[in-house]
Design a protein around this ligand. Structure first.
Ligand code: SAM
Length: 419
C-alpha cells in the first residue's frame, strides 16, 4: 500500500507519545529511538513539534475529544493519542485537515479508524478552539496551587533561546551582532528557530545554551578568584555542564562531578568547544569521598525537572508523588554529604529545576533543621532586574515571571554558609 507523504513523522510522534504516556519515559529518551528511522531534518522537526504540542495542550484536546464521544476513550487508547496529534496539527501547527486525516488514519490500521475520523470531523465542523493558555492537568494544578495560574500563560509556546556568554564583557557587542535582548550581564535572549550550530560564535565557543533561570545558581557564587589564585568549587551533579562552564569562566577551579558517563561526555565536549578548564570526575556522590574541603559547592540536584515544562511538556504528565518522593530522598542524601565537604566559611548553593514544594522550599527547611549550615540570604541586588528573593532569602523563578520578556524556567535556589 502506498503511504501518504509525511507518515514517517506522524509514526515517530506517536511512538514518542506512547513512550512518554504509557512507559513513563522522558520525551528526550523517547526521541532518540523514535526518530531513528526519520531521515530528513524537516520531518524530524515536524515529529517533535507534533509530540510537543500534543503534550502541551493535552488537557484541552482531551476535553474536546470527550465532548465528541459517547463512550469515554481510555486515557492511553491509541485512538485518543492519534486524535490528540490530529488536533495538535490542526489547532497549533496549521496543517490542512485533509493532510491531517490522510496521515492519521494509517496509524490506526486494523483498528476503529471510523471513530477517530468521526470525532475529528465533528470537532472541525464545530470549529473547536483552544483557550488562550493550556489547561494544566488536575494533579499538576493541585500541586502547584496558586502559582499554576501564573505559570500556564508561559506554556503557550516553546520558550525563546537563551545563551550564556563566556565573556560577560562582550554582552552588548554580541547582543547587537545577534539581534538579541539581554536581561543580565553575560545573558542573551534570541527568538527560537535557527539551528544552534549556525548561530554566530558557536564554533568559537563564545556561548552555550542555558535558560536565564538555570544561570542564576552559579551567578550567586560570584567570582572564583582571590589574591592567591583560584578558589575551589565542587560542581556536584555537574553534567552536561552549563554551570561548570559559568564557574570556570568566572575564575573558579572547578571539579565537575557526575555519575553519568554519557552526560560527562557532553560536559567534556562543552569544555573543549569553549576552551574553558575544569576537572571532570565520574563518581557516585552518595559514596564518593573528597580529598580536600571546598570553598564552595554547587549542588544542582537531580530532580523531577517539572520546572522545565515549557521546553519539556512531558513532565506535566509523567511526574507524580512517587517520583517526587524518590527525588526528595536522593536530594537529602546528597546535600547531607555535601554539607560536610565545605571549608569553614564555605558556601553551599542548593538548586533544583522543579516546581514542586517538596524538592524546593521544603528541602530548604529540612537543610536548615538538619545540616550544620547557616542560611545566607539571596539579595535582590544579586538578581536580574524584575526578580526578587522570597522573604526567607530563597529564589523561586517560574514561567510567569518576566513574562513580557519571554518568561523563565522554574528554579528553586537557596544558599548557606559553613560556620
Ligand atoms: C540537574 S542535572 C545537572 C545539570 C548540570 N548541573 C548543568 O547545569 O548542566 C542532575 C545531574 O545529577 C547527576 N546525578 C544523579 N545522581 C547522582 C549521584 N548519585 N552522583 C553524582 N551525580 C548524580 C545526573 O547524572 C545529572 O547529570
Amino acid at each position: 500500500m502506498v503511504q501518504p507523504s509525511g507518515i514517517h513523522s506522524r509514526r515517530a510522534a506517536l511512538k514518542m507519545l506512547d513512550a512518554v504516556l504509557r512507559r513513563g519515559e522522558t520525551l528526550e529518551q523517547a526521541e532518540h529511538s523514535a526518530l531513528r528511522s526519520v531521515r530528513k531534518p524537516a520531518d524530524r522537526g515536524l515529529a517533535l513539534a507534533i509530540a510537543n504540542e500534543s503534550l502541551r495542550w493535552q488537557t484541552d484536546f482531551d476535553a474536546m475529544i470527550d465532548s465528541a464521544t459517547k463512550q469515554r476513550l481510555p486515557d492511553d487508547a491509541r485512538q485518543r493519542m492519534v486524535l490528540r496529534m490530529m488536533l495538535a496539527q490542526t489547532l497549533r501547527l496549521e496543517t490542512p485537515s485533509h493532510a491531517v486525516i490522510a496521515t492519521a488514519l494509517p496509524l490506526l490500521a486494523g483498528g476503529p479508524r471510523r471513530l477517530a475520523h468521526g470525532v475529528f470531523s465533528t470537532l472541525i465542523k464545530r470549529e473547536a478552539a483552544l483557550p488562550e493558555a493550556p489547561s494544566l492537568p488536575g494533579p499538576v494544578m493541585e500541586r502547584w496551587g496558586a502559582r499554576a495560574e501564573a505559570i500556564a500563560p508561559g506554556l503557550v509556546d516553546p520558550p525563546p533561546l537563551d545563551l550564556t556568554l563566556r565573556d560577560a564583557s562582550e554582552t552588548q557587542a554580541m547582543a547587537v551582532q545577534l539581534a538579541a535582548d539581554s536581561l543580565a550581564p553575560g545573558h542573551l535572549r534570541l527568538a527560537r528557530g535557527e539551528a544552534i550550530e549556525k548561530i554566530a560564535g558557536f564554533s568559537e565557543g563564545k556561548w552555550w545554551v542555558q535558560d536565564l533561570a538555570a544561570s542564576l545558581p552559579a551567578r550567586l557564587l560570584g567570582k572564583g578568584t582571590h589574591e592567591s589564585g583560584s578558589k575551589h568549587v565542587l560542581d556536584l551533579c555537574a553534567a552536561p555542564g552549563g554551570k561548570t562552564l559559568q564557574l570556570a569562566a568566572n575564575g573558579w577551579n572547578v571539579t565537575a562531578l557526575d555519575l553519568s558517563k554519557r552526560r560527562l561526555g557532553l560536559l567534556k565536549e562543552n569544555l573543549e568547544r569553549t576552551g574553558l578548564k575544569a576537572s571532570p570526575l565520574r563518581a557516585n556522590a552518595l559514596i564518593w569521598e573528597p580529598k580536600h574541603l571546598y570553598d564552595a559547592i554547587l549542588l544542582d540536584a537531580p530532580c523531577t525537572a517539572t520546572g522545565t515544562c515549557r521546553r519539556h511538556p512531558d513532565v506535566l504528565h509523567r511526574i507524580g508523588p512517587d517520583q517526587i518522593e524518590e527525588m526528595v530522598k536522593l536530594q537529602r542524601g546528597l546535600v547531607e554529604r555535601a554539607a560536610t565537604w565545605l571549608k569553614p566559611g564555605g558556601v553551599l548553593i542548593y538548586a533544583v529545576c522543579s516546581l514542586e514544594h517538596e524538592e524546593g522550599e521544603n528541602q530548604a527547611e529540612w537543610i536548615n533543621a538538619n545540616c550544620d549550615l547557616a542560611p545566607l540570604a539571596i539579595t535582590a541586588g544579586e538578581l536580574p532586574a524584575g526578580l526578587q528573593p522570597t522573604a526567607e532569602g530563597w529564589l523561586r523563578t517560574h514561567p510567569g515571571l518576566l513574562a513580557d520578556e519571554g518568561g523563565l524556567d522554574s528554579f528553586f535556589v537557596a544558599r548557606w554558609q559553613k560556620a
